[in-house]
Write a protein that binds this ligand. Structure first.
Ligand SMILES: Nc1ncnc2c1ncn2[C@@H]1O[C@H](COP(=O)(O)OP(=O)(O)O)[C@@H](O)[C@H]1O
Ligand SMILES: [Mg+2]
Length: 235
């Protein structure tokens, strides 16, 4: 069964339709990417799934509609968004930021355990746990944003452009981490402009264009599709 099943999703800003009746599905344990040019509607889609924007259409999570579920309950049910631009709290320390990710939880012991797990996944965050988050490098802030999302123990992780603005080495590091999180069994919907890396890392992919899904399939197949290579991989 699909962990996430979306059909006929529509999202508008005022009179402007940014997402026009898209369908998509993510099975439990899958790493699915959503790629497409700037302005295609990827962020809008993720925000609608995280219920940060009003939307029309069907959104089923674990087989149940979440169309009316408040954001707080969504987090408790295991949906976590790592927003574009990361959204960390610059004045708070690294550790305080991580603990913010556990705000919906009351299981103190397990929160400590997850904090340690995060520090194993991101040794850099451990080294900098008392540092003000605003003073971290871009890549470290991205790690922190992902780490914070993991602190809610997500079943479904929504990642918006994790590689944006990062140096190549850091991009590789972030993608390694995404694969590791996926290998642990977390279901991931990854939005990326770096189509090549996203297709290489994911099982399946959707390609978005002007608010619609214009192409979808196995990532390995799309990687070898001449049309995709020309339009999205710059070949
Ligand atoms: N807050 C907003 N108000 C009005 N239009 C918006 C807003 N955010 C995004 N848009 C428009 O919606 C479309 C999709 O944007 P977005 O989802 O951010 O695309 P992507 O993430 O694929 O780059 C674009 O045309 C963009 O200009
Ligand atoms: Mg975007």
């Amino acid at each position: 069964m699909s962990l996430l099943e979306v059909s006929g999703l529509n999202v508008s800003y005022g009179g402007i339709k940014a997402v026009r009746g898209i369908d998509l599905e993510v099975a439990a344990g899958e790493l699915v990417c959503l790629i497409g040019a700037n302005g295609a509607g990827k962020t809008t889609t993720l925000k609608a799934l995280a219920r940060l924007l009003p939307a029309h259409g069907k959104i089923l999570y674990q087989g149940k509609s979440i169309a009316q579920t408040p954001v707080f309950d969504l987090v408790r049910q295991g949906i976590a968004l790592v927003p574009e631009g990361r959204g960390i709290f610059g004045r708070l320390s690294v550790e305080e930021n991580l603990l913010m990710g556990a705000y919906s939880r009351r299981d103190t012991q397990a929160i400590r355990h997850d904090l340690e797990k995060n520090y194993q996944l991101f040794p850099r965050l451990f080294e900098r746990k008392t540092q003000q988050a605003g003073t971290l490098s871009g890549g470290e802030q991205q790690m922190l944003a992902i780490g914070r999302a993991l602190m809610s123990r997500p079943r479904l992780l929504l990642l918006d452009e994790p590689s944006m603005g990062l140096a190549p080495l850091m991009v590789n590091k972030i993608f390694e981490t995404i694969r590791a999180i996926s290998a642990e069994g977390v279901t991931i919907l990854l939005v990326e402009q770096n189509a090549k890396l996203a297709l290489e890392a994911s099982h399946r992919a959707y390609v978005m264009e002007s608010g619609t899904i214009c192409l979808s399939g196995e990532s390995a197949t799309l990687l070898n599709d001449p049309q995709v290579r020309h339009a999205y991989l710059g070949e």
